[in-house]
Design a protein around this ligand. Sequence first.
Ligand SMILES: [Zn+2]
Length: 405
Amino acid sequence: MKRSNLDLWVRKTEGLPVLDRAAVEALQLAGLNALLERERARGGFYSGLPGGLASLSDLASLPFTTQADLAARGSGMVLVSQSEILRVLTETSGTTGPAKRVFYTPGDCENTVSFFAAGLSELVFPGSRTMVCMPFSGPYGLGELISAAVESLGASPIKTGVGKSCGELSDILRRERPDTYVGMPAPLLAMLKVCGRGTLRRALVSGDACSLSVEQGVEARLGTRLFPHYGSRETVFGGAVTCPAHEGMHLRENHMIAEIVDEEGNVLPRGEYGELVITTIGMAAMPLIRYRTGDYTRIFKEPCPCKSPLLRIDRVTRKGPGAEILKLDEALFGLDGLVDFHAKYAGSAVEILALTLAEPAQAEIEAAARRALPEVEVRVTARKCTRSDRPLYPGKRSLENAEAL
Ligand SMILES: [Zn+2]
């Protein structure tokens, strides 16, 4: 099996003669200590931490940064002057409470573009045409960063964005003849079911959890293996990406250190499932130390068949209220005739609106949903999908109103 292009990227970016586990860990410890020193010198949010650590395992002795810290004290975590800040991304979590803000410099965005290009180079080739189905929100938005990475590979981005109707997507597929897709997983499966694969052959999915049923549905329709990617605003969108072995996602370890912890915050050994905690040593504007992502996965114990020394994470899921939509995704997207669905709590019952390819098989959808959520009352309304229907979630899928219970 060929080495992952990500290995070459880390080696070149960091100027390493050899990329092995010892080199990666030496790089991480140096990056972490440089960060701790900067934090201590400036007296900001992390100033109470030691100015350096003797080994990477000592990282476990430092306190966590939580999502609440980020919302309440995010600007205190910024490590550069305001004039160096290129972009601030704001995300409101839930309906109340302060918004979480993440800051970037131009260099942070350039690093992301170059990481994206390394990951995408496994499936985007010079002269090829990539449908970019992520939000285009102005300079250095996610869609723009992906497009820049595609262009750097000598390929053309087709800037599709999110929220297009089935009819619009069908027209784009026919007119633009893309061979590659980059975007969220469930909308990709919906598009393939309604429009067929057309000229599409390969896809990288990100931006939301990807259930096994969605992955299998996409792979069966495209005829190739899917490339899942993991990222978040806190990693300046780029965190981990699948290599040609398709056995987990290699972490961007030159810019971040990953740990898996249990509910009490104890670091778990490799192979065990828990919450992903990241320390973003490579981010200039807003490095985070032991940030609890709220995402659940494991770090594989075994080396990858591609022989990369970069650690891999497994499929990323959620716990708590976010877990229920994943159970429904798993159960419902496996139904051939179902295109998309939206779910919300109405009192203690779950109401599902489903769009179907042919005449709605309401009873079949209801039975599958009840098997997925046996403890609650489920009501399904299904109707046939039309050309004017758009994805039922513009962004991350969720079971709405779950917090209100
Ligand atoms: Zn690999």
